[in-house]
Write a protein that binds this ligand. Structure first.
Ligand SMILES: [Zn+2]
Length: 331
């Protein structure tokens, strides 16, 4: 993709807005001004000229076009920035996003038709219909996705490349409760929890984005970090909306960066308290990593054998969980 076409396809201002930048018209009228995403800005000093497709910051002195911004913001070289933008905004990436969005919507409708999936959610303590709607939880009954997506005009090749179906055209997700994983406002992956005898956890191949529901949490000075999406769902339901999930105990560099910027955020790790102490060791290692990056990490102590999901399923209340947070140890 050549440079001019890329910049036309994706105006600088659109990209900034996707990164949650907010600007208001500057005094002169032609420009927008807001807080600078490139330095710790307290007074709006970041100016964007949409007609010229350029930015300039009076605080840190940085300025330039979209590519320059991506270089600085994502810490990439010029060449890497181009590759990143091409990959994120190529027509094939757009159709992959579209097919995942359509699949997530399809699975959401399936949840209404299949009592066994709603029963499973209830058994895992997830009962609030508004929360189920908000997290866009769905159900893959299996056996009908390919036909549905083909009728919507998606090619078989695309379905295979996204991993939604295998070579034979069979659904990757079969009898699974599904949570869409979003990144920069788009569905980028699906997590499927088996309600039957198949291996419990499954994702599609490819990126899972950063931390789950990060847009909802990123402004919070205190964050609870959990291993699994059912942990997150019961905590949100109990009012702990500042909970995010890293899909396991090992975080990616992107997820670590999210938690530790800006520095000083308090991160409460609420991981499984398993008998063989593997969970405790993993959370201690992660806490040390986070401290090195500038976050303040605490280890929440749940009763033996419990994770946040099972703790609530076994009857814990929000007050019980607050006691776990109060008793949390820093390193
Ligand atoms: Zn700046």
């Amino acid at each position: 993709m050549d440079l001019q076409r890329l910049k036309q396809r994706l105006p600088l201002l659109d990209y900034l807005r996707q990164q949650n930048w907010m600007g208001r018209p500057a005094a002169a009228g032609r420009e927008l001004v807001g807080l600078c995403p490139l330095h710790q800005d307290t007074r709006p000093s970041f100016y964007v000229n949409p007609s010229k497709n350029l930015f300039y910051c009076h605080g840190c002195g940085q300025g330039g076009d979209l590519i320059r911004f991506v270089q600085l913001f994502q810490h990439l070289s010029f060449r890497e920035s181009l590759a990143y933008l091409e990959q994120q905004y190529s027509p094939s990436a757009e159709s992959a996003v579209a097919v995942l969005e359509e699949t997530a919507a399809f699975y959401q409708r399936q949840l209404q038709k299949h009592g066994e999936a709603r029963l499973y959610l209830a058994q895992r303590g997830v009962r609030d219909p508004a929360l189920i709607q908000e997290l866009r939880i769905g159900y893959a009954h299996g056996g009908n996705l390919r036909r549905h997506l083909a009728a919507q005009g998606f090619s078989f090749d695309l379905l295979r490349r996204t991993g939604l179906v295998n070579q034979q055209g069979l659904d990757a997700f079969y009898r699974r409760v599904v949570f869409p994983c979003c990144w920069e406002g788009h569905v980028v992956n699906l997590y499927g929890r088996s309600i039957g005898i198949a291996f419990p956890h499954r994702f599609l191949p490819g990126s899972r984005g950063g931390l789950f529901a990060w847009e909802a949490v990123r402004q919070c000075p205190i964050v609870i970090l959990v291993e699994g999406l059912f942990d997150l769902a019961v905590l949100w339901q109990a009012g702990f909306r500042y909970t995010t999930c890293g899909f396991g105990t090992h975080l990616t560099p992107t997820q670590l960066r999210q938690l530790s910027s800006p520095p000083g955020r308090h991160v409460f790790l609420a991981y499984d308290q398993d008998e063989n102490r593997a969970g405790q060791r993993a959370s201690q290692a992660l806490a040390r990593q986070l401290q090195l990056l500038g976050a303040v990490a605490f280890l929440a102590t749940l009763p033996n054998g419990e994770d946040p999901n099972s703790y609530f399923v076994h009857g814990a209340s929000a007050a019980d969980f607050i006691r776990c947070l109060d008793g949390a140890q820093s390193l």
